[in-house]
Write a protein that binds this ligand. Structure first.
Ligand SMILES: [Zn+2]
Length: 56
């Protein structure tokens, strides 16, 4: 198992940029319901889930 030596003490949480709201977030992304492959922030994920629910 090869390790990257830089900052090995930090938890491996890369900052991600949400393509929907443009915010930087950490942690696990949510899959956009629009195409099922775009990774959005959890907030947008919840928002999309709510919108999908409301559209029913
Ligand atoms: Zn977002």
């Amino acid at each position: 198992m090869g390790k990257l030596s830089t900052d090995s003490l930090k938890p491996v949480q890369k900052p991600r940029k949400c393509p929907k709201c443009g915010k930087i977030y950490y942690g696990y992304p949510a899959l956009s319901r629009e195409d099922n492959k775009t990774e959005v922030c959890p907030v947008c994920g919840i928002e999309e889930a709510l919108l999908a629910y409301l559209r029913q």
